[in-house]
Ligand binder design. Structure first.
Ligand code: NIG
Ligand code: FE
Length: 382
């Protein structure tokens, strides 16, 4: 069954050659984009979706989310808005709640979040473990994640769990050894929270190197709360992405600029922890590829909304609306080393968003307004 989406006022393709088209159309066949061009030249198809002059973009690629957890930390958020700092210490609260939850409850909660994301235009999401922190609980989290997405990430090194508090190196050995072996069939990526109070440079290197050996790709929670070795390690180990990138030295920026590691910025975290935003302009001007993602999690960023992150990036991080939309689509795809998503060009997956607005500018111009009118996933209107 083929479908032509036509009468598109502004088609933001994300493809360097196609660029942004006006009065455009695209054709979907077998879940893939088959043709892109001027509406007047569109070939016939079995079905027709009239965009009525509205804007169409690739579906958002949310390349950083923690969706398998139980409970929330609303009281911690309220305390922060009252002046308490964010330290990551609350992760253990969510670990306790997650361990106590049933498989069914964890799966249902994660599915609800994915559905919430989909309604806001996200068509690909990466999902991390990291609130189990035992072999069995990390396997469980990744099995649940695997039912939701192919982009699954093992984050056993999220924080040292309470039972290992006085022997953190034993926990690192567990993560890099038996835990990694047990989760590897369910994970595409390995990630470490490289931060003071979580895992230092040597521990991070041990875990990521073991992950690489097990055939996983690497991503790093890097330089979120303090300047540390995370970004340079990410680049050295060929990570697909260094995430957060809030506290960067010039050497960090240079390392990213000379690499294929994407800087994934997570402004929902700075919003919800009332922290200074990362300097996206500095990264873009240095030639670094930037992605935007939600970091959806119950502690530092309980938003599932890519449009909200786009609005924050434009208002607070000196990104243009076009740069922010690129970062939320093709940037996210690069952070996942994918070239079949985040763009609308022949051969790509037909994942697209029809906005209830005439241009992509409205995503930042009308913050908080539900502008997602139709989402196409694999060519099927949802
Ligand atoms: O990316 N920083 C580490 N992990 C998450 C927060 C997790 C939590 O506070 O529960 C993040 O911000
Ligand atoms: Fe995160």
């Amino acid at each position: 069954m083929s479908l032509v989406v036509t009468n598109i006022g502004e088609l933001f393709t994300g493809d360097d050659e196609l660029g942004t088209l006006h009065h455009a159309a695209f054709v979907v066949d077998g879940g893939r984009v088959a043709w892109v061009g001027a509406a007047a030249q569109a070939p016939a198809a079995d079905e027709r979706l009239d965009a009525d002059g509205r804007a169409v973009l690739p579906g958002f690629v949310d390349s950083h989310a923690h969706l398998v957890f139980a409970g929330d930390r609303a009281a911690e958020f309220a305390a922060r808005m009252n002046g308490e700092p964010y330290t990551g210490g609350g992760i253990r609260t969510t670990v306790a709640a997650t361990r106590a939850a049933s498989d069914d409850d964890l799966g249902a909660a994660a599915r609800r979040l994915v559905a919430e994301m989909r309604r806001q235009g996200t068509t690909t999401v990466e999902v991390k473990s990291g609130y189990g922190l035992t072999v069995a609980d990390e396997v469980r989290a990744l099995r649940i994640a695997r039912d939701l997405t192919d982009e699954t990430t093992f984050l056993g090194a999220h924080v040292v769990p309470a039972e290992y508090a006085d022997r953190p190196d034993d926990y690192v050995d567990l993560v890099a050894g038996p835990m990694l072996d047990a989760v590897a069939p369910y994970a595409r990526w390995v990630d470490v929270f490289c931060e003071r109070g979580a895992f230092d440079g040597e521990q991070t290197r041990q875990i990521l190197t073991a992950g690489l050996k097990a055939g996983l790709g690497v991503r790093v929670h890097a330089n979120q709360l303090t300047a540390g070795p995370g970004v340079r390690l990410a680049v050295e180990l060929g990570a697909a992405s260094a995430d957060h990138c809030t506290h960067l030295s010039d050497a960090d920026v240079d390392a990213l600029a000379g690499s294929s590691t994407v800087a994934t910025l997570l402004p929902g975290a700075e919003f919800s922890t009332r922290s200074p935003y990362p300097d996206a302009r500095r990264l873009l001007d240095a030639g670094v590829t930037v992605a935007l993602a939600t970091d959806c999690n119950p502690g530092s960023s309980y938003t599932s909304s890519m449009p909200f992150c786009i609005a924050l990036a434009v208002r607070e991080m000196r990104m243009t609306p076009a740069e922010a939309v690129r970062a939320a689509t093709v940037g996210g795809a690069r952070a996942l080393r994918r070239d079949d998503i985040g763009v609308l060009r022949p051969g790509a997956r037909a994942d697209a968003v029809v906005l209830d607005a005439p241009s992509h500018l409205h995503l930042a111009y009308r913050p908080g307004v539900p502008l997602i009118s139709t989402v196409l996933h694999d060519g099927v209107p949802q």
